[in-house]
Design a protein around this ligand. Structure first.
Ligand code: KIV
Length: 272
């Protein structure tokens, strides 16, 4: 059952702010390739994130750090070719925006120009202020990302819940207000207490999108491979699995192997 309040033929950054105003929750999901993005877009997910989580789920790295700008552009352009309705946001990968604002702008321009994406996402608050400003000044929409920011995993040391203590929660709130003031159109809040998500969401006019941020965010995001149960070893509390594709795909592939071995496949109807 759909609970959409308004039909959007094409979701834009403005549509998201409008959804928040209308009390309509925003759905966001990752995709990294053409075939998956076709399915996700046809299911009317509002925002498709070409996340740097591609580093984990597509390339098998332990963290998001190794993925390169060229690789992100490759994933993003595959997604863009599939999408008709969703807003496509692409992560600026680690190392492509932290050193200086000019480099950040060059990276964002490459993503927009070479993939056809609609917006970029950057992790961090005050420390990346100048980069966010410069990218926005070039007319590129920016989504922020606070809380657990996986590109800083070696600084945090663990993937546990962030901003449980007052000091970090206050800093997060300040950063959220700053990102809104700079002109970001939306903000991902990752793995923070639900009550903090509530306070932040109520203090901003731009929508918050939670992952492990609880029910008060203006929208939710998950990694599509997690939602479909393809990544069966990853079991955080915030994850709701809608399928067990790891098992279902495994069974289908085992059946194929047996059919080939037993010479059941191909049969007379499956040949020329
Ligand atoms: O890369 C990603 O998939 C993300 C989401 C977890 C928000 O940044």
């Amino acid at each position: 059952m759909s609970t959409a309040k308004k039909e959007y033929k094409r979701v834009t950054v403005k549509s998201l702010v409008e959804m928040k105003k209308n009390g309509e929750k925003i759905s966001m999901l990752t995709s990294y390739d053409y075939s998956m993005a076709k399915i996700v877009d046809a299911a009317k997910v509002d925002v498709i994130l070409v996340g740097d989580s591609a580093s984990n789920v597509m390339a098998g790295h332990e963290t998001t750090l190794p993925i390169t700008l060229d690789q992100m552009i490759y994933h993003a352009s595959s997604v863009i070719r599939a999408v008709e309705r969703a807003l496509v946001v692409v992560d600026l990968p680690f190392g492509s925006y932290q050193s200086d604002p000019k480099e950040a702008l060059r990276s964002a321009i490459r993503i927009m120009k070479e993939s056809g994406a609609h917006a970029v996402k950057l992790e961090g608050g005050a420390e990346i202020k100048e980069s966010v400003k410069r990218i926005l000044a070039a007319g590129i929409p920016v989504m922020g990302h606070l809380g657990l920011t996986p590109q800083s995993i070696y600084k945090f040391g663990t993937y546990t819940v962030r901003a449980k203590e007052d000091e970090e929660a206050e800093q997060l709130m300040e950063d959220a207000l700053l990102l809104e003031k700079l002109g970001c159109f939306s903000l991902v809040l990752e793995k923070i207490p639900a009550e903090l998500t509530k306070t932040v969401s109520e203090s901003l006019t731009i929508p918050t999108i939670g992952i492990g941020g609880g029910k008060y965010a203006d929208g939710q995001v998950l990694v599509v491979h997690d939602l479909l149960g393809m990544t069966h070893e990853f079991n955080p509390r915030f994850l709701r699995r809608y399928m067990n594709l790891y098992e279902e795909m495994g069974n289908a592939i085992s059946n194929y192997v047996s059919d080939v071995k037993s010479q059941d496949f191909p049969n007379d109807e499956e040949q020329y």
